[in-house]
Design a protein around this ligand. Structure first.
Ligand SMILES: Cc1ncc(COP(=O)(O)OP(=O)(O)O)c(N)n1
Ligand code: 3NM
Ligand code: MG
Length: 479
């Protein structure tokens, strides 16, 4: 069973649409991430219900989203809806199942433990549980059961529980943490013009929770595995890169010797390539390292420091991007724009671009399309791009820009997680996220001292990082 279809159900109500079209509201909600639509129109005759139902079904079919009809089994049958939602006083679910057959979805409302006990043998697919909180959208709703009531019910059944009644973006996470598998919402989605955005805010909470579950335990796993990470890197920051690699639980190996390149790559779990202090030798080594890394199937993170700042740097980056398949590329906006040959000002190795999020998203998407490589664009906010997902991380502190090498250290963290066997995308999120959190915490402890102490504190915080600290502090959203 795909439980995800029960995640986020828009329950309709034309009476609060304030002149908006129902069809547009449904489509916007689907575009915002609704996984199910329940057509619940109370003041309506059967013919009109069927007429509207047919129109809505065309939209839900277009996006392959299930459409359920509230109360009226015959309407569901007539428009070939995907199912019905029934209350305790609506048609008995046994009869509804006989009429609709095995393949349709049937949901049943539960407001009390007694109702659950009475209904637990009914042939239904999910329970609509509520009201959880007070609601203004159902005049005959029962007394709110709160999170305790939801939790209690969740212990008694494996069927999906879709919480309903007073659900907002403020209380969705606690619903999910107290036994709810999904939410069904009227007013918080339909309250104003921004149906898509309202739905997206709710959807983000599911995505964030899912991501958190994936991330949990990964730092401890890395410390257990202690992978060897080969760096061909920047002379200015090499010592700090080695220290954060050690601090997060991997083993750094820094070498500039072409003679030992192949032997080192063979025994390494991941490679970090940073061209910050490039010279003639680095140009030839970088290409050889990349090709050899690909030959031995070692994941490589590439930090194109200062890409575009000089002709030589641009040529090297072009050569690398053309000839080597990287697992992750990490850079600031100016560097990534330079790789894509977009117009960009660059001075030294610092980005001069103060671009809007729209520009970052455009650049990131274009980069992914061209190179099919996970991309981290770092800056005031950080963005991680993969095929289907874009994650925005809002940790960090502006003073990190006054400590040289926080970007290089982020590359080492990403490389460490790649070497620990994490996916390219998760390695990007963990590396960028950990650096942001360490910067924030380090800043707090060094605020009366200065940026020299901040540098040391960042390394300290990375060495003490664990999943609990990460999950408590990460400010992440999917966009
Ligand atoms: C998902 C979900 N849960 C509960 C209800 C309420 O159904 P019901 O008790 O039949 O009340 P009405 O919606 O018919 O007023 C629901 N609709 N959806
Ligand atoms: C339709 C419905 N059923 C409920 C139940 O408790 O069974 S509460 C409810 C209304 C939900 O609307 P809103 O998201 O605006 O609170
Ligand atoms: Mg009903």
């Amino acid at each position: 069973m795909n439980k995800k279809i029960y995640n986020l159900c828009l329950v309709t109500d034309r009476d609060i649409l304030n002149g908006k079209s129902l069809e547009k509201a449904v489509e916007d909600s689907i575009l915002g991430g609704a996984t199910m639509i329940q057509l619940r129109e109370k003041n309506i005759c059967e013919n009109e219900f069927i007429e509207i139902g047919k129109k809505i079904k065309k939209i839900t079919d277009k996006y392959n989203i299930p459409l359920l009809i509230n109360d009226k089994v015959n309407v569901a049958l007539e428009i070939d809806a995907n199912g019905v939602h029934l209350g305790q006083d609506d048609m008995n679910p046994v009869k509804a199942r006989e009429i609709l057959g095995e393949n349709k979805i049937i949901g049943l409302s539960i407001s009390t433990l007694e109702e659950f006990k009475k209904s637990k043998e009914y042939p239904v697919d999910y329970y609509g549980v509520g009201p959880i909180y007070p609601t203004t959208s159902k005049s005959d709703a029962q007394k709110p059961m709160g999170l305790e009531g939801l939790k209690e019910l969740s212990k008694l059944t494996d069927k999906p529980l879709m919480a309903i009644g007073g659900i907002t973006e403020e209380n969705t996470l606690e619903i999910l943490e107290n036994g709810g598998d999904g939410i069904a919402v009227i007013s918080n989605i339909l309250k104003d013009e921004n149906v898509k955005r309202n739905t997206k805010k709710l959807k983000t909470i599911f995505e964030k929770k899912e991501l958190m579950e994936k991330v949990a335990g990964k730092i401890e796993k890395l410390r257990d595995r202690n992978p060897l990470i080969y760096h061909l890197t920047n002379m200015v920051t090499i010592n700090d890169c080695a220290n954060v690699t050690l601090g997060i639980g991997a083993s750094p190996l820094m070498s500039f010797s072409e003679e030992e390149l192949e032997d080192i790559i063979k025994i390494s779990e991941a490679l970090v390539l940073n061209i910050g202090t490039m010279d003639k030798e680095m140009v030839s080594m970088a290409v050889k390292m990349g090709k050899m890394g690909n030959k031995y199937k070692k994941p490589i993170v590439f930090d194109p420091v200062g890409a575009g700042a000089t002709k030589a740097r641009k040529e090297l980056v072009e050569k690398l991007m053309e000839n080597i398949k990287f697992s992750v590329v990490k850079g600031n906006l100016a560097e990534i724009k330079s790789i894509l040959n977009f117009e960009s000002e660059s001075k030294g190795v610092d980005s001069l671009d103060f671009s809007l999020e729209d520009e970052i998203l455009k650049v990131g998407k274009e980069f992914y399309e061209k190179y099919n490589t996970v991309l981290c664009i770092t800056g005031k906010n950080d963005y991680i791009f993969s095929k289907e997902n874009i994650i925005k991380i809002q940790n960090g502190h502006e003073n990190m820009g006054k400590v040289t090498g926080t970007g290089c250290m982020t590359g080492s963290l990403i490389g460490s997680f790649l070497g620990g066997g994490e996916t390219d995308f998760l390695s990007g999120i963990l590396g960028v996220g950990i650096m942001g959190i360490a910067g924030e915490m380090g800043q707090e402890e060094s605020k009366y001292l200065g940026t020299g102490t901040l540098r040391v504190k960042i390394i300290d915080k990375i060495s003490k990082m664990n999943s609990k600290i990460f999950l408590e502090n990460i400010k992440l959203e999917s966009i």
